[in-house]
Design a protein around this ligand. Structure first.
Ligand SMILES: *Cc1c(COP(=O)(O)O)cnc(C)c1O
Length: 425
């Protein structure tokens, strides 16, 4: 469900025609529908509550889309934040997420990041190794603070998703192996300035099957029981994110938040802990499109290329993961043709869709790459010295440019010449 629909023959974001945004801001540009962001967040939280989960903490995974306006819209809904860097921590706080709803994940937190998290007074640091426990203890002691800690478990579960975003298998870099959790908890209790409070798990992203979630929750239940029988108090279990969303309208839809919530409620019944969740893609994925203009329609040796002004540096998912994004004409013409959608960057990998059935397109036409709200703008780069792609947020019939396009001069102004090259040769 999203708020991008055709009205009077033209694709709109909520009540705003995409052509109006393209004319005012230029293309390529990301456009987000605030109504969809808010709706998905509410649907997820309400599904958990309806299934009987008492006051779940829904900590939005900032990495999916860290735009400040997106974060502010979610903060107003009472969202927490799952952050993985000092930069994301800074953004979450700046957007108004209370520190008491912020979780910090990641295998490579630096001591500076640990200190920033402790100074901000966040809810919980999800620790991913015994080595990190020892370091966090030192940092917290030096600051005179107690660090609230959850141990991130590596459950050795196959998420059955794209291997690049499967994080729960035994050989993955994430978490502490399940058979070392009991010892790690005892270590955390023995170290100064650490307050072990919970467990965390995250098996991967874009899961389209509930079985890996069920397997991970089973592991967490076993660990919870083992920790308690060893006399440890476990107050919070963080089940991570990962629920998949529909990208390809021709494929069966993934499980719904209600399906997921029922599974979680059943599998965690009687645990007596606060449950936390870290959805990212589910909240913002369908809330964004990458709006792009057709530069040229080129007849190649064997096929027709639609060359867009968006490229792999603006949306890298097709290149990086080989995944599908539905492409819609903003003002569709009658008929169907086949085309390969590419960007202008000098790499063959700069391809959005191969031999895709589409309505006929001409130079100057606008297209929307759908379901680009998650892992889109946030993974953008300036490769080929293309300006970082701008972002627009829509609410109803209003819209705002929430990240302006930098000019080539502004991009270059960030750099400086080495002093010996600034002098005359
Ligand atoms: C990426 C990530 C998430 C969010 O995953 P989605 O698939 O976007 O829901 C949650 N938790 C952790 C630890 C992550 O790394």
């Amino acid at each position: 469900m999203d708020h991008f629909h055709e009205r009077f023959g033209e694709l709109h974001a909520e009540d705003v025609p995409l052509t109006a945004i393209a004319e005012a801001v230029g293309t390529p540009v990301y456009v987000y529908a605030e109504a969809t962001i808010v709706r998905h967040f509410r649907v997820f939280r309400q599904a958990l509550e309806a299934a009987g989960i008492d006051r779940p903490l829904v900590a939005y995974a900032v990495k999916a889309n860290p735009n400040l306006s997106v974060l502010a819209a979610l903060a107003r809904e009472g969202a927490g934040a799952d952050v993985v860097s000092e930069g994301e921590l800074h953004r979450a706080l700046a957007a108004g997420v209370p520190p008491g709803r912020i979780l910090f994940s990641g295998v490579g937190k630096t001591q500076a990041e640990m200190a920033a998290a402790l100074q901000a007074g966040i809810l919980q640091i999800n620790v991913e190794s015994e080595e990190e426990l020892a370091e966090l203890s030192q940092v917290a002691t030096a600051l005179g603070r107690r660090a609230p800690v959850a141990l991130r478990v590596n459950p050795d579960v196959d998420a059955r998703t794209n291997p690049k975003i499967a994080t729960g298998r035994g050989e993955a870099k994430f978490g502490i192996p399940r058979d070392r959790i009991l010892a790690a908890w005892a270590q955390a209790e023995a170290l100064p300035s650490l307050a072990p409070t919970g467990l965390a798990v995250h098996v991967g992203s874009q899961l389209t099957d509930l079985a890996p979630f069920a397997a991970a929750i089973r592991v967490m239940g076993e660990l919870l029981a083992a920790l308690r029988s060893a006399g440890h108090a476990v107050r919070r279990v963080d089940l991570g994110g990962g629920l998949g969303i529909p990208y390809d309208p021709s494929l069966p839809a993934p499980p719904t938040p209600a399906d997921y919530a029922r599974l979680v409620a059943q599998a965690t019944a009687g645990w007596g802990v606060e449950l936390a969740f870290e959805p990212g893609r589910l909240v913002v994925g369908n809330a964004g499109v990458l709006l792009s203009r057709v530069v040229r329609v080129k007849r190649g040796a064997t096929r027709t290329f639609v060359v867009l002004d968006a490229a792999m540096n603006d949306l890298i998912r097709p290149t990086l993961y080989g995944v599908f994004h539905h492409i819609r004409a903003v003002r569709p013409r009658p008929g169907v043709v086949n085309a390969t959608f590419v960007g202008p960057v000098c790499e063959t990998g700069d391809t959005f869709a191969e031999d895709r059935a589409t309505t006929p397109l001409e130079p100057g036409d606008l297209v929307a790459l759908m379901t680009a709200g998650a892992y889109g703008a946030t993974m953008a780069s300036t490769y080929n010295s293309r300006p970082l792609v701008p972002e627009v947020l829509v609410r109803g019939d209003r819209w705002a440019l929430v990240r302006p396009r930098l000019t080539p001069a502004e991009l270059a102004a960030h750099e400086r010449l080495a002093p010996w090259l600034a002098e005359a040769p």
